[in-house]
Design a protein around this ligand. Structure first.
Ligand code: SF4
Ligand code: SF4
Length: 121
């Protein structure tokens, strides 16, 4: 399953112009009942050390393909997620076509969360 993903956490080492260049991301929020409880644990602050550590999780080909093709989004990090109360969670994988990772710059810089979360009632 591929997810189109837009991310607002520009200070993350994997963020390139709002797209996530990681191959795989991990969202965590076992007990999550709302969006801000589902955090991206793949977030890494943009430092040289983090950039080197993340080199093996890069999907740069996809990033460039996506940048030049707005109709079909080629970059597609696999989204693993522990928020089992979300309706898009299937066996700890995200099946949402579009995932928006948001960040509240005023209160939680460095704490990106899944805006797409929707509780399974
Ligand atoms: S915060 Fe998460 S989704 Fe956003 S760019 Fe970083 S790793 Fe990707
Ligand atoms: S949409 Fe749901 S399953 Fe997908 S990453 Fe967000 S919280 Fe997890």
């Amino acid at each position: 399953m591929e997810n189109r993903l837009i991310c607002r956490a520009e200070e993350c080492v994997n963020n390139m112009g709002g797209f996530c260049t990681a191959r795989v991301i991990n969202m965590i929020g076992v007990l999550a009942r709302e969006s801000e409880d589902v955090k991206c644990s793949t977030f890494g602050e943009r430092t040289i050390t983090e950039a080197l550590k993340n080199a093996t999780n890069l999907n740069l080909g996809g990033a460039f393909a996506q940048a030049f093709n707005t109709e079909k989004v080629e970059i597609a990090p696999e989204v693993l997620c522990s928020a089992e109360k979300c309706m898009y969670n299937h066996k700890k994988k995200c099946i949402a076509e579009d995932v928006f990772v948001n960040e509240n710059a005023l209160t939680s810089v460095g704490s990106p969360y899944c805006e797409t979360f929707k509780e399974n009632k």
